[in-house]
Design a protein around this ligand. Structure first.
Ligand SMILES: NC(=O)c1ccc[n+]([C@@H]2O[C@H](COP(=O)([O-])OP(=O)(O)OC[C@H]3O[C@@H](n4cnc5c(N)ncnc54)[C@H](O)[C@@H]3O)[C@@H](O)[C@H]2O)c1
Ligand SMILES: O=c1ccn([C@@H]2O[C@H](COP(=O)(O)OP(=O)(O)O[C@H]3OC[C@@H](O)[C@H](O)[C@H]3O)[C@@H](O)[C@H]2O)c(=O)[nH]1
Length: 386
């Protein structure tokens, strides 16, 4: 493998990365990228390994031995500090991060996103190790514009909705809207990391992902996850399409999101890993401001794309409205609109997303169809009564 150069033309030394939550959606893509394109080693920590098992098989692959899986729960495992000490860099991805959990399991959500992350920050700070911590775009909460009168022309002014790392406020709902337990826990761990940087010199980078989507995201209920489980929107709507049932739109599907392809987003993370001088001390939005849709538009586009990749005609009534109370239960609330400002990541790392929403849905739904269509068909065949 040719020596890799950083953005300032210096050779990049191979490093060891302690990746916590390596078995999840983002972790699996990051591990794949690191194995295929870099000489770095990965200590992969997670309670699950299904999504990276293809990388762990002892075969003749060129990366054999560069990735080692450690099955552990960071809540209670004394191996954690030793593994952080063995590495040059720690990346913490571990979290409960599906909205269906925020209002129904608020304690688990707060513990996972704040309390369980504390030792990771502490061990990095005490051992002078660099930390890349995964936060979320949800720390911005709602836009300022959402509080303006519906007909206010200011709602169209980007100053009232574009989310900027160093100037936008974090606006959450009231305490009984437990949806915000996740965002609030993430905000507090960001503040703690920032303070460790300011007071104790911790080298940190904070990533705020804006709806990264792609293959291996979450699970399909009843196939590789619980039948009653509610994953994030991509998997929910994929599940509906695979089962040929109407796609459920929560509260009319009016909320807006920007979706970025996981493959584009992983490029940004690799730039952070390999350019510490440009990434340390920064908080980065990572998203695609050009891929904005309402959830209703997302559902309509997914319906069209799925018909194309599966060859099956769409349903006559492809969507159905459902209230948030019915879908998520008491205490749900929502972010109205999420457009990332890209100035800082552009300036520091020269990163820009490339993939359009149509293209990323086409490759992702091709994967969903190939991976799940047969299993769904089998599961839907009713057993014959004897
Ligand atoms: N995917 C997105 O669009 C998105 C958006 C915003 C923020 N994020 C953040 O990025 C990170 C990764 O997200 P993801 O989409 O890959 O989620 P994911 O749920 O697929 O991955 C998280 C992984 O962490 C592991 N984990 C959780 N608790 C653990 C513990 N106590 N010990 C060991 N492992 C544990 C889980 O088993 C899982 O494999 C999270 O911090 C999330 O909040 C993701
Ligand atoms: O079947 C569904 C599922 C979801 N939705 C809606 O689709 C939108 C997006 O839902 P997602 O499940 O992807 O979750 P959100 O975008 O609200 O939050 C996510 O954002 C960033 C991360 O921190 C987390 O991964 C998650 O909190 C929401 O408005 C939700 O109400 C539907 O209309 N139908």
């Amino acid at each position: 493998m040719a020596t890799r150069m950083d953005l300032d033309g210096r050779p990049i030394k191979p490093m060891t990365i302690c990746m916590i939550g390596a078995g999840g959606f983002i972790g699996s893509h990051l591990c794949e990228k690191l194995m295929a394109e870099t000489p770095h080693k990965v200590l992969a920590l997670d309670v699950y390994s299904d999504k990276i098992k293809h990388l762990l098989e002892p075969d003749s692959r060129s990366w054999a031995g560069r990735i080692v899986f450690h099955r552990l729960n960071i809540k209670h495992d004394s191996r954690l500090e030793g593994l952080i000490k063995m590495a040059d860099l720690t990346i913490n991805l571990a979290a409960i991060c599906t909205p269906a959990d925020y209002n129904t399991r608020p304690l688990d959500t707060i513990y996972s996103n704040f309390i369980d992350a504390l030792p990771v920050v502490k061990y990095c700070s005490e051992n002078n190790k660099r930390l890349i911590h995964f936060s979320t775009c949800e720390v911005y909460g709602k836009t300022i514009g959402s509080f303006l009168p519906k007909d206010s022309p200011l709602r169209k002014d980007p100053a009232y909705y574009v989310l900027k790392e160093d100037t936008s406020p974090c606006i959450f709902g009231s305490i009984e809207k437990q949806r915000w337990s996740y965002a609030c826990a993430k905000q507090l761990i960001e503040r703690l990391i920032y303070a460790e940087g300011a007071e104790n010199g911790l080298d940190f980078t904070i990533v705020r992902p804006f709806n990264w989507i792609g293959p291996r995201m979450d699970f399909i209920p009843g196939i590789d996850g619980p039948s009653e489980g509610v994953p994030r929107v991509l998997a929910c709507l994929s599940n509906n399409l695979l089962r040929r049932e109407p796609l459920k739109l929560v509260d009319g599907g009016e909320s807006q999101r920007t979706f970025v392809y996981i493959m584009d987003a992983i490029e940004a993370v690799l730039l952070m890993i390999e350019n510490p001088d440009r990434a340390n001390g920064h908080i980065f939005n990572v998203g695609n401001p050009n891929n904005e849709v309402t959830v209703r538009q997302l559902a309509e586009m997914m319906t069209k794309v799925y018909a194309k990749v599966s060859g099956e005609p769409s349903l006559e009534s492809p969507t159905i409205d459902v209230s948030s109370k019915e879908f998520y239960g008491e205490g749900y609330d929502d972010s109205d609109k999420r457009i990332p400002d890209m100035t800082i990541i552009n300036r520091q790392l020269g990163w820009n997303p490339k993939t359009t929403l149509w293209d990323l849905l086409e490759s992702t739904l091709t994967y969903q169809h190939r991976t799940y269509a047969e299993a769904i068909k089998k599961s839907m065949v009713k057993p014959i009564a004897s």
